[in-house]
Each structure stands twice: as structure tokens, then as C-alpha cells.
Design a protein around this ligand. Structure first.
Ligand code: FES
Ligand code: FES
Length: 159
């Protein structure tokens, strides 16, 4: 089947099998391996990407379901060498160890801050509750998202 989709701002048209999962389309067809593939059962959240700005688990989304939609992967966050505030926050607050959950956490955090630029700790915890991190205990992830929210707000005030 033919699928036409925008990935990180670039329109692409590809022939795919109807059963092709979005995570495989992104990683294997498009070569964007920043999106991780963990449980394959919608449990771990490592595969989260944004579809039209909303987080989706790409391991349980068919590529053909993305027809006409905009997909953003973790590769879209850094622009011209400038890290997105959520990436910077994870760096500043040491919010990752092995990094396996990180692409999904970053994209989930990006979507949260786009919708709610000043989330409470509880709102952050609720937003990331679809992702599992085996390393950090979540505390630093929550702190990193708060850091990103504050940093973003300060940058906007300066502009
Ligand atoms: S690989 Fe998709 S939720 Fe785990
Ligand atoms: S940093 Fe290892 S799973 Fe989250």
C-alpha cells in the first residue's frame, strides 16, 4: 500500500505492507533509529513519537494509519545544533542512565510542554506514566521536565 506522511517536516511517500508498524517504518525504512523499540506491546513507551503533536506508541500504530499525518521523532528536537529545552533539561539534571527510555520520555515531555507550558510535578508524572524507566527512579526525569518548562519560559520572556 502507498502511504504519504510527513516525517520531521519532510513529506515522504512509500510503498509499505499493510501490517508494517510505524516503529519499523521509522527505523528501518527511514533510518531514524533514535526511536527505540522495546516491549512491542504498548507497555514501555520507548517507541513514543508525536502524530500531529500528540504522543503515540509507534509499536502499536500501523504505518498506513499515518496517511496524511505529521510524525515527529526524537531527531526533530535538535535544530541547527541547538538542543530542545527538554533535551537540555535531561542533560543538566542527569535524567538518563542507559538512555533506552529517553527518546520516548523526551517526546512525551515535548508534547506535554506544548500543551501545558507550566506543568506541576503531578502533571508531569501523569504525562510520563505511559513510559517505563528502569534506571532513574523518575525523580530526575520530572526535575528535567520542570527545568525545561522554566528555561523555556525564561527564553520566551527574553525574546
Ligand atoms: S515498544 Fe512501544 S510501548 Fe514498548
Ligand atoms: S534511563 Fe535506562 S530505562 Fe530510563
Amino acid at each position: 500500500m502507498q502511504v504519504t506522511v510527513t516525517i520531521n517536516g519532510e513529506p515522504v511517500a512509500r510503498d509499505v505492507e499493510p501490517r508494517t508498524l510505524l516503529v519499523h517504518f521509522i527505523r528501518d525504512t527511514e533510518g531514524l533509529t533514535g526511536t527505540h523499540w522495546g516491549c512491542d506491546t504498548s507497555n514501555c513507551g520507548a517507541c513514543v513519537v508525536l502524530m500531529d503533536g500528540r504522543p503515540v506508541k509507534s509499536c502499536t500504530t500501523l504505518a498506513v494509519m499515518c496517511e496524511g499525518h505529521e510524525i515527529s521523532t526524537v531527531e526533530s528536537l535538535e535544530v541547527d545544533g541547538e538542543l530542545d529545552p527538554v533535551q537540555q533539561g535531561f542533560h543538566e539534571l542527569h535524567a538518563l542512565q542507559c538512555g533506552f527510555c529517553t527518546p520516548g520520555m523526551l517526546m512525551t515531555a515535548r508534547a506535554l510542554l506544548d500543551e501545558n507550558p507550566d506543568p506541576t510535578e503531578q502533571e508531569i508524572r501523569t504525562a510520563i506514566s505511559g513510559g517505563i524507566c528502569r534506571c532513574t527512579g523518575y525523580k530526575n526525569i520530572v526535575a528535567a521536565v520542570r527545568w525545561a518548562a522554566e528555561h523555556q519560559a525564561a527564553t520566551r520572556q527574553e525574546a
